[in-house]
Design a protein around this ligand. Structure first.
Ligand code: F6P
Length: 341
């Protein structure tokens, strides 16, 4: 078989490990050949390909980003997008596709599969918000980066008796905030799933100062105040209709200073959380996803996504895999609240 591989959506540490595993097993065990598509769905949409063989994947296991490039291109927003994809796949003699992406990229895969394109999905997002898999790769690396940042901010917060607010990624789900906040000993963790009361946040801040320690607030970019509106950077929408988030930490900085008189400073971690080398866990998970994705293609089991359940990699129907967002359940948030204040 000749198999096309693409990586779509926000990049994520571990993408290269998936590509490497797919190609190494696909070539070495099954004798398949590969073609890389550049920049997510833009590749098959425009016929933009890159050679992808064992030589091309040498040395990429620890490398962040993706050797194939990524984009948020939505072929269903383009004129005749799906038809163009089918034509380009036929012209390149591609028999099947492996799409590595999050809810948007895999949402396109679901629709293309329903229209007869043979595709297997691999879940990717640092947000860890796909319900069909216990974990997505990239999340562990992001949590480690955020935790290290919180550790560093603790020492400078103590020196200056300041409130330090750390904004982490997490558009609809607060997984990165929850895990890094718990690991880093945050005094308050604010997540999109639970609108917060700014006065309560201020009370936690004062309670922390009363113990002669300085407070660290970890806030997910998608968190909102009760009865407030989402703070957005510029209101621009991407091809999938998502607004660009940015600014909740600086809003909190102003509010906390205004209400308590305390010196408050915001740090936005942003894309630092997505860059650089993947953690050992993410390399392990991404490699296993790649091995199982090529098995599915080889067996002709299309319209599925590989998923981690416990330590087992299963296949789940793509349509199911992208249906529900996995958000932080109340009981997990309650565990974290024990340490607030
Ligand atoms: O979906 C992954 C993610 O990193 C989100 O956490 C974040 O909201 C978004 O991507 C940022 O997207 P971009 O890199 O396009 O600004």
């Amino acid at each position: 078989m000749r198999i096309g591989v693409l990586t779509g959506g926000g990049d994520c540490p571990g993408l290269n490990a998936v590509i490497r595993a797919v190609v190494r097993k696909g070539d070495g065990v099954y004798g398949h050949s590969f073609v890389g598509y550049r920049d997510g769905w833009r590749g098959p949409l425009t016929g933009d390909t890159v050679p992808l063989d064992v030589q091309a994947v040498r040395g990429i296991l620890p490398r962040g980003g993706t050797i194939l490039g990524s984009s948020r291109t939505n072929p269903y927003a383009a004129v005749d997008g799906p038809a163009l994809i089918r034509e380009n796949l036929a012209a390149a003699e591609v028999d099947a596709l492996i799409a590595i992406g999050g809810e948007d990229t895999l949402g396109v895969a679901v629709r293309l599969h329903a229209e007869g394109v043979p595709v297997v999905g691999v879940p990717k997002t640092i947000d860890n918000d796909l319900s069909a898999t216990d974990y997505t790769f990239g999340f562990d690396t992001a949590v480690n980066i955020a935790t290290e940042a919180i550790d560093r901010l603790h020492t400078t917060a103590e020196s200056h008796h300041r409130v330090l607010i750390v904004e982490v990624m997490g558009r609809h789900a607060g997984w990165i905030a929850l895990h890094s906040g718990m690991a880093g000993g945050a005094n308050v963790i604010l997540i999109p799933e639970r609108p917060f009361d700014v006065d309560k946040v201020c009370a936690f801040v004062e309670a922390r100062f009363a113990t002669h320690y300085a407070p660290i607030i970890v806030v997910a970019e998608g968190a909102t105040p009760i009865a407030g509106t989402m703070v957005t950077k510029d209101g621009e929408l991407d091809a999938f209709g998502h607004v660009r988030l940015h600014g909740i930490a600086s809003m909190l900085e102003t509010e906390i200073h205004g209400r308590t008189g305390r010196d408050a400073r915001a740090t936005v971690l942003g894309h630092l959380q997505r860059g650089g080398t993947p953690s050992a866990f993410d390399r392990w998970l991404a490699t296993r996803f790649g091995l199982h994705a090529i098995d599915a293609v080889h067996e002709g089991d299309f319209g599925v996504m590989v998923a981690l359940h416990g330590t087992r990699i299963d296949r789940v129907p793509l349509a199911e895999a992208t249906r529900d967002l996995k958000t932080v359940p109340e009981e997990l948030y309650q565990e974290a609240q024990i340490f607030f204040g």
